[in-house]
Design a protein around this ligand. Structure first.
Ligand code: SAM
Length: 318
């Protein structure tokens, strides 16, 4: 799926001079930087959308895939038949959903027609069971009855507070919901607020939090986020500049369900520190809130598991 997405994106900019693609990315960044939500789509035409897809889609795809993998680990054997991707744009979260489960039927909703058109084009022949539909996020937004999964990725930050509440309310009518935002303090705060809303609507949080009680993080001090490594294709390097072969995409997320699922006992919330004969784990736990654990070599299999643990993993491993 990952390779197919790369191939589709590579074909997308075929024939477009690198300079022109770089200019479109610059325009897009300028549009996004410091902007407040507007009444009109930022992705206005094919140039904007192609730039967005080339510049951001590999990273948003990987972040959503990581969030969905964490959710899927808590609901083994479950898979969604009907999925709705709200503010789905060019379909990164729909690609990630198809990479996580087989046989999903997806509906991508977005107000930007050029994004939907390009998303449809990229997915042609690869995500056949996908419908692309124009929809404004606002009071009238509803999710069809029987929807198993709603994803909302990198959208809440583009919305005014009322629209943000409306989209989370609509998402909360589905069986399960996964929300993803940039892994910044602001992105985390939006996830934190949406998390409260999902709990109030009767859903249970299953990832990343080990419980549905209040988040133990003090927002002035820290923010809950994770990281995923995104390899850069030569196309991506050309568009973004720089020579690094990869970049780390930071993201915040929450996954909640009405189904029969339980969160892990704890989650690794920082990159584990390997010391001589010991591993330091920063954990968010069901019983003790945020806690630092030290696992020494003497603990044998637990120590080996700690050495293998990564930021974002369940703890202890299943
Ligand atoms: C940063 S993009 C994220 C796209 C996609 N979900 C992803 O993860 O790559 C934000 C998307 O939200 C859509 N959007 C923003 N405000 C919206 C609104 N009020 N109604 C519908 N879609 C909206 C934009 O058109 C855009 O496609």
């Amino acid at each position: 799926m990952h390779d197919e997405l790369r191939a589709a994106l590579a074909g997308l900019l075929d024939g477009l001079p690198p300079k022109q693609a770089a200019q479109a990315v610059d325009r897009l960044i300028a549009n996004y930087r410091g902007r407040t939500p507007t009444d009109a789509p930022v992705l206005r035409d094919r140039g904007d959308v192609a730039a967005y897809a080339a510049y951001r889609m590999p990273a948003t795809f990987e972040a959503v895939r990581a969030a969905l993998a964490a959710f899927a680990a808590r609901v083994p054997g479950w898979s969604p038949a009907a999925h709705v991707d709200i503010g789905g744009g060019t379909g990164a979260a729909t690609w990630a959903t198809a990479a996580t489960w087989d046989g999903v039927g997806s509906t991508v909703l977005d107000w930007a027609r050029p994004a939907l058109d390009l998303g449809r084009e990229l997915a042609a022949g690869i995500l056949p069971d996908t419908t692309w539909q124009r929809q404004v996020i606002g009071d009238g937004l509803t999710v069809p009855d029987g929807t198993d999964l709603v994803t909302v990725s990198y959208v809440l930050g583009e919305l005014r507070p009322e629209a943000r509440r409306a989209v989370v309310d609509a998402a909360a009518t589905a069986g399960s919901v996964v929300l993803i935002e940039p892994g910044t303090p602001e992105g985390y705060l939006r996830i934190r607020e949406a998390r409260e809303q999902l709990i109030a609507a009767g859903l249970r949080i299953v990832a990343p939090c080990p419980h549905s009680a209040a988040c133990p993080i003090v927002p002035e001090d820290d923010w809950c986020h994770f990281s995923v490594r995104v390899s850069r294709s030569s196309l991506h390097r050309q568009i973004k500049g720089g020579s690094l072969a990869y970049e780390d995409e930071k993201f915040s997320y929450v996954a909640a369900t009405r189904g029969d699922a339980a969160p892990a006992a704890a989650r690794v919330v920082r990159k584990p520190q390997l010391r001589k004969g010991q591993v330091l784990l920063e954990l968010c736990t069901a019983d003790d809130g945020l806690r630092r654990g030290t696992v020494t070599k003497r603990r044998g299999t637990v120590y080996r598991a700690a050495r293998d643990a990564a930021w974002g993993d369940d703890w202890p491993p299943a």
